[in-house]
Design a protein around this ligand. Structure first.
Ligand code: PMP
Length: 319
């Protein structure tokens, strides 16, 4: 990752990719106190466009504020830097990772006078998830690791340190031969996947966990809006138990990188079997709600806005 051509943005300056250096005593490396975003850009009809970058940037600033990390850059500056990250690096289908971290002026939990920094890296994502993989989706295992509790972490903030918990859960599931993990909140209700939100469909209604223990995903919000406003569906945000996923008609996960991926099997149960869903190793039906949402999301992110989607033009910002 570090040995490549390109430019990184750091505190307002452009650095050649290979020359980026950070001191070993960088505070965030030691305690995980920092925050970040994952943002996507897509090739649209007229070139690269960032998807919902204003919402991602707002969440980054909110995360930093909640963590009490003062920042010297406002949203406008950070959005301009993200656009330039694409143009300078000649990228269109890309992933961007703006990150806020603390400097190396002191170590220990009581360190004073730490400087705060922002960096942005962007790289080509190509065909991150092929259409075939997006139709097959995921087999997941419920984790024995609980997701965060509102009185242990800041669940609204996308904090670096939160991802230790995600990786413990994900690595256990992957080692056991699964693609993904389903994490429950400390009370045992469905929270989210390792880095994606979860939805289920039952009797034509979509359900997704309320945001107590999961990240308030921007893809989650896009899906809720497309389902309600374009597909005229009912969407409920509420507490969900794992057996509701076992017995759902359909289920899927959402995230900036994963977009919308069908959840085909959980803990060995074939999701949607009663509703006649194809076996988990076969592609999902093209007329399923999951496939239709995938299609709408694909069009809205790639700027293929027909009359039905023109209302979402504001989600795209040309680079
Ligand atoms: N939950 C977690 C823990 C995540 O890391 C992500 C990815 N950012 C999501 C959910 C999905 O959020 P978004 O749709 O904003 O990418």
């Amino acid at each position: 990752l570090y040995d490549r051509d390109g430019w990184l943005w750091q505190d307002g300056d452009w650095l050649p990719w290979r020359e980026a250096r950070t001191h070993l005593l960088t505070h965030t490396l030691h305690y995980g106190m920092g925050c970040f975003e994952g943002v996507r850009a897509y090739r649209g009809p007229d070139g690269a466009q960032l998807f919902r970058v204003a919402e991602h940037t707002r969440r980054l600033l909110d995360s930093a504020h909640a963590l009490d990390i003062p920042l010297s850059f406002d949203a406008e500056t950070l959005i301009a830097a993200q656009r330039q990250c694409l143009t300078r690096n000649g990228l269109d289908n890309a992933y961007l990772k703006p990150t806020v971290y603390l400097g190396a002026e002191g170590l220990g939990l009581r360190a004073k006078g730490l400087t705060s920094h922002v960096m942005i890296a962007a790289w080509d994502l190509g065909d991150y998830i092929s259409p075939e993989a997006a139709a097959i989706g995921l087999r997941a295992l419920t984790s024995s690791w609980a997701r965060h509790h509102v009185n242990i972490s800041l669940c609204r903030a996308k904090t670096n340190g939160h991802y230790v918990n995600s990786m413990l859960a994900l690595n256990t599931a992957v080692k056991a031969g699964f693609d993904e993990t389903l994490m429950l909140d400390p009370e045992g209700y469905v929270a989210e996947a390792s880095a994606a939100n979860v939805f289920l469909l039952r009797d034509g209604v979509l359900h997704t966990p309320e945001i107590t223990s999961c990240l308030q995903g921007i893809t989650r919000d896009s899906v809720i809006r497309l389902a309600r406003e374009v597909m005229d569906m009912e969407v409920q945000e509420r507490r969900i138990t794992r057996d509701e996923l076992y017995t759902a008609d359909e289920a899927f996960v959402t995230g900036t990188a994963a977009e919308i991926l069908p959840l085909r099997e959980l803990d060995g149960r074939h999701i949607g079997a009663r509703a006649g869903a194809p076996r988990p190793d076969q592609p999902i039906d093209g007329d399923s709600v999951t496939a239709r949402l995938q299609g709408l999301y694909r069009r809205v992110t790639r700027g293929e806005l027909g009359d039905d989607l023109v209302a979402y033009a504001g989600w795209l910002l040309p680079a």
